[in-house]
Design a protein around this ligand. Structure first.
Ligand code: ATP
Length: 332
């Protein structure tokens, strides 16, 4: 980018880089209300953060910019002010009247556009890092800026397990116990979240989507579940993956499969590999498979590796934490 939107640099060479980390997520429960006049849908969702970290380092510089590295650095991620990491820095700079430009260096370990909140994690990590860099300790202001950046950003800030209502950004903590093992199959196709919402509205208007119970050949068995957030909350409190498997639910499943039919094939493959349950992650196309334990996750991952429509298979656990500063390496 050229030209700081907030005036000249205030001696960036005097500041050290700051690094923060935030995590991707899966929606263990996602119920989507009808389309509202303002174009949004009310959601009831249960988020769980996953141990897939986005690491954001802010390097004081002459101007604002963004760079990418890491497993999922790819050309579809914007490098201008629409990048959520840079957008977060610019929003906090504006809210605090700050003029310290930085390079936002993002190490991406969350699949892009997979319904896993990687961009939101970048925003959350960038907010924590920039707040530290400029000495902003106003948590309410940071929370307000987070909400303005996107519905999933407040959860990426908080992490753990939480119930989200409204647009998913009104959060209540959930007392979870234990660790859950997930295998994630990222797709060779891409889905845009607004497009999946649009298709869900169309399918509902046509009377051909209910709640994910008709998720395509074989996938119905994998995905159909009671639309009861209380069941998920209870299961998360038991640390019992079998109980959680029975309660997972996603209203977006039909629409995601309608747009990208390979998702149903991937779900079938994971279920045949013995997964306790298949769950489209948010608006997809990543599919999460719940495993009993570490060994079970390894078995499922091996069988999924060769599946049609699968780009990458990633094993992870949840819950992970919220956005936090990463201390600089100790001087040698
Ligand atoms: P959503 O929160 O919309 O469900 P997602 O979790 O499916 O998103 P993300 O990887 O967060 O997927 O990004 C979705 C889109 O946002 C990308 O295709 C990209 O164009 C844009 N984007 C903006 N900033 C970022 C970022 N820092 N990392 C990834 N994508 C970004």
């Amino acid at each position: 980018m050229t030209g700081s939107p907030f005036g000249p640099a205030s001696h960036p060479e005097t500041l050290d880089p700051v690094t923060a980390r935030a995590y991707g997520k899966i929606n263990a429960f996602l119920a989507v209300g009808p389309l509202q006049d303002d174009g949004y849908h009310d959601l009831v969702t249960v988020f769980q953060s996953l141990d897939l970290a986005e690491t954001v380092t802010l390097v004081p510089a002459e101007d604002f910019s963004v760079t990418l590295s890491g497993r999922y650095a790819d050309t579809t991620v914007p490098l201008d002010s629409s990048n959520l990491g840079l957008a977060a820095v610019l929003a906090l700079a504006e809210a605090t009247g700050t003029t310290i430009p930085v390079e936002v260096a993002i190490e991406k370990n969350v699949p892009v556009a997979g319904g896993m909140g990687g961009g939101s994690a970048d925003a959350a990590a960038a907010l924590v890092a920039y707040a530290h860099l400029i000495g902003c300790t106003d948590r309410d202001l940071i929370a307000e800026v987070a909400r303005g950046l996107g519905a999933d950003v407040p959860f990426a800030l908080r992490g753990g397990t939480a119930l989200g209502t409204g647009r998913g950004d009104e959060l209540s903590p959930v007392l979870g116990r234990g660790e859950f093992h997930w295998v994630l199959a990222t797709s060779t196709g891409r889905l845009s979240t607004p497009e999946v919402y649009r298709r869900l509205d169309e399918l509902r208007a046509a009377g051909s989507s209910t709640t994910g119970a008709d998720a395509g050949p074989g996938a119905g068995a994998a995905e159909a579940g009671p639309a009861d957030p209380a069941a998920v909350l209870r299961a998360l409190g038991t640390a019992d993956p079998e109980a959680l498997a029975g309660a997972l639910h996603n209203d977006m499943t039909d629409a995601a499969i309608d747009l990208l039919p390979d998702i149903a094939h991937v779900m079938d493959t994971g279920m045949r590999a013995g997964a306790l349950r298949a769950l489209v992650s948010g608006s997809g196309p990543t599919v999460g498979f719940l495993a009993r334990d570490h060994t079970h996750a390894l078995e499922i991952a091996v069988l999924l590796e060769a599946s049609r429509g699968v780009r990458q298979v990633v094993r992870t656990t949840g819950p992970a934490g919220g956005a936090h500063l990463v201390p600089p390496p100790a001087a040698a």
